[in-house]
Design a protein around this ligand. Sequence first.
Ligand SMILES: Cc1ncc(C[n+]2csc(CCOP(=O)(O)OP(=O)(O)O)c2C)c(N)n1
Length: 532
Amino acid sequence: MNAELLLGDEAVAWGAIDSGIGGAFSYAGTPATEILETIQIVAPHIWSKWSANEKVAYEEALGMSYAGKRALVSMKHVGLNVAADPFMSSALTGAVGGIVLAVGDDPGMHSSQNEQDSRVLAEFAKIPVFEPCNQQECYDMTRTAFALSEQYGLPVMIRLVTRLAHSRSTVRLRPDDERNRSRTRLPLPDPNDWALVPVNARRRYRRLLGLQGDLIAESERSLYNQLTIRGRRGIICAGIAWNYVRESLGPDPEDSLLRIGQYPIPVGLIRQMVDHCDEIIVVEDGYPVIEQHLTGMLGVPGKSIRGRLDGTLPADGELLPEIVARALGVPVDLPIHADAIVAGRPPQYCKGCPHANSMNALIDATSGYEQPLLFSDIGCYALGIMPPYRSVHSAVDMGASIGMAHGASRAGAFPVLCTIGDSTFAHSGMTPLLGAVLNDANITVLILDNSTTAMTGAQDSMASGEQLMELVKGLGVKHLQLIEPLPKNHETNVAAIKEAIAHEGLSVIVARRPCIQIKPRKLAAKLPQVEA
Ligand SMILES: Cc1ncc(C[n+]2csc(CCOP(=O)(O)OP(=O)(O)O)c2C)c(N)n1
């Protein structure tokens, strides 16, 4: 048995490798990026290329499952919105080779645009979830999730949070002697199960509903759901919150404790706790999912249920040990917080970033207009919202910029511009551009091609260089210019943007210059490893 010092993400990756996956599929997104990156590095024999977006990643994984092999698909929480369509339907098709979806939630929004809780989406789809409390469980639960997926013919979710995905601890690995066993020879599934025309879908949905009782029974006996009955105050904690509760109460608490790591919620264990306790505090990182189930609309007569809903814990943000301690009435000896000794530094463009040059050209090109609108997409260029630029008006979700610009121009706004990176363009920018072409939207689209996915750590981009130009032309764009965002080209670039704005109808400018960070990263990757 090997022991390794692993990030939560790395432990999930190892769990999948040791479960004998045939492939891993993902689109980059913090805090889940390192899952696929680990597989690429430590198991190059396993198919593990980046997909164009999360929906594609999910569908590729589903196809592999259909053909009989185990597949891992990973993404950040908002990525699951993009993949929601196949995700929801896969609960009806089911799985042949086990399919495990690892989702990185980001309570506190360290690097995300919202803090949605993926457990809600799992409940929406009616599939099981594992929620680890430490890195060892990230590994163990991934192994168990593949087995459960095949046992019930359902996708299974592993829900991580940033704090767990991005911290390290020792993990004991149990390499599987079935590693990489080919499962493609299994008989292919009955098309009546996988072709979700209404007559099949209705039957498959009833199957899914019929499995719910068995899945709850699995949760009741899961080793990850443990009930200890002691005092009249009960504490229910989920996932990583278990650590904060233990840290606050010490090894031998007087309270009754229910620790939840597997869903659907183990109703029977909760009932036992409610029967015994007068007061229950629910501690979970993310939405008050368990708490809401417990209280319902009317609460539990005669019992006090507390948590995020009644203000015992904050309604939003990441849980921290001191927050949980205070909620449990434990005196807090607050350690010196980093915020108190390190001045806050707002994010900004790197020195030499091509996006800074594009942003300067945009500002000068639009300075003569009273109210120019600039819709940004999500990527490093969105930093144009920060001083000294302060020129970006929105950054909502990946792929939003072109569609929002189109909509604003239909409301009569002028001039309307938008910026989108090459990776985001491949992710979800091509379809809105097609709509803008077919309707000749009066907007100026700047595709900022830095030939990488910079914001998430420089993963390969799917639409860069000449290939990007061909894609744009292929979508029917007629008014297309190429510029190089460099200080020495500033005047030329300002003139190009002015010309594009003056053009009546759709114009596209590709601003092409590699990200300043790519070269050092690629060089670093080639450096010989130093033995410790
Ligand atoms: C649905 C979704 N998936 C992933 C992410 C994480 N993410 C933020 S920006 C980005 C891509 C940035 O690449 P690009 O548009 O090329 O801009 P760059 O950062 O290279 O300038 C990704 C993957 C996200 N915010 N939303």
